[in-house]
Design a protein around this ligand. Structure first.
Ligand code: ZN
Length: 236
C-alpha cells in the first residue's frame, strides 16, 4: 500500500476517535445538568413552602391579635355589670357578651384550622427535604463517576494526540493540507473505504474502472462525487 495513504487512513482513524472523545466530554455537563433538575425542582418547592409557612404564621398572629382584642372587649363588658341597674340592661349586656364569645370561638376555630394546615405543610416540607438529600447524594455520586470517566477519556485524548502528531510528521505537507480541508468540509470524514464499488462516505457508486485502480491502494484517489480520499480494505 502507498505509505502516504496508509498514514492517512491511520490519521482518519485517530481523528474520528478524537471527535468521539470530544463528544463524550461535551456530554458530561449535560448529564450533570439533567441529574440536577430534581434538585432545582425541590428547591423551588421548598421555597414555596417557606412562603406558605410565613403567610400561615402571619395569618395565625393576626387571628391571635384579634383574639386578644376580643378578650379585652369581654373584660370591659363584664366590668360594666357593676354599673347595671335594670334587669333589661343586664339581659342586653349578656346578649352582647354571648355574641362576642361566639365571634371568639369562630376565631379559635380558624386558628386551629391554620395550625392543622401548618402541620400538613410541615410534613410535605420534611418529605421534600429528605427527597432533596437523597437526590443530592445521587447527583454527587454521579458527578464523581462522570469526573472519573472524564479524566480517563482525557488521558486517552492525550495519548491519541501524541500518536497523531507522529503520524502527521510522516505525511507530506500538501497531502496533509488537503486532508484537513476535506476533513473540515466533509463532516470529519476525509478518508473512507470503498466497499463493493460504493464510497462509504457518500454512498455513491464508484465507476468500475476507477474501482479497479483503487483496489491497488497504490495512489491517493478521490471519490468523484464527494472528493473524499478512498482506499480499499482487503478482507483477505
Ligand atoms: Zn464519496
Amino acid at each position: 500500500m502507498n505509505d502516504q495513504l496508509e498514514r492517512l487512513i491511520k490519521l482518519q482513524e485517530i481523528d474520528s476517535k478524537i471527535l468521539a472523545i470530544n463528544r463524550i466530554i461535551a456530554e458530561f455537563p449535560l448529564k450533570i445538568a439533567e441529574a440536577e433538575l430534581p434538585l432545582k425542582e425541590s428547591l423551588a418547592f421548598l421555597g414555596n413552602v417557606k412562603q406558605k409557612f410565613e403567610s400561615l404564621d402571619k395569618r395565625k398572629r393576626d387571628k391571635e391579635r384579634a383574639l386578644d382584642d376580643i378578650d379585652d372587649k369581654i373584660k370591659k363588658l363584664k366590668a360594666r355589670t357593676v354599673d347595671i341597674k335594670t334587669n333589661k340592661e343586664y339581659q342586653a349586656l349578656l346578649k352582647e357578651i354571648e355574641s362576642i364569645e361566639k365571634e371568639r370561638s369562630a376565631i379559635e376555630e380558624e386558628i386551629l384550622a391554620i395550625m392543622i394546615e401548618t402541620d400538613t405543610v410541615s410534613k410535605q416540607s420534611k418529605s421534600e427535604e429528605s427527597k432533596f438529600i437523597r437526590d443530592k447524594e445521587k447527583v454527587e455520586a454521579l458527578k464523581k463517576k462522570l469526573e472519573g470517566e472524564k479524566s480517563e477519556v482525557e488521558k486517552d485524548l492525550i495519548a491519541v494526540k501524541e500518536i497523531r502528531s507522529k503520524i502527521i510528521d510522516a505525511i507530506d505537507r500538501e497531502i496533509h493540507d488537503e486532508y484537513i480541508e476535506l476533513f473540515k468540509a466533509l463532516n470529519g470524514i476525509a478518508v473512507t473505504e470503498a466497499k463493493e464499488e460504493i464510497c462509504q462516505g457518500c454512498n455513491m457508486n464508484i465507476p468500475p474502472q476507477l474501482f479497479v485502480e483503487l483496489k491497488k491502494n497504490e495512489e491517493i484517489m478521490h471519490c468523484p462525487q464527494c472528493r473524499r480520499i478512498l482506499y480499499f480494505k482487503n478482507s483477505a
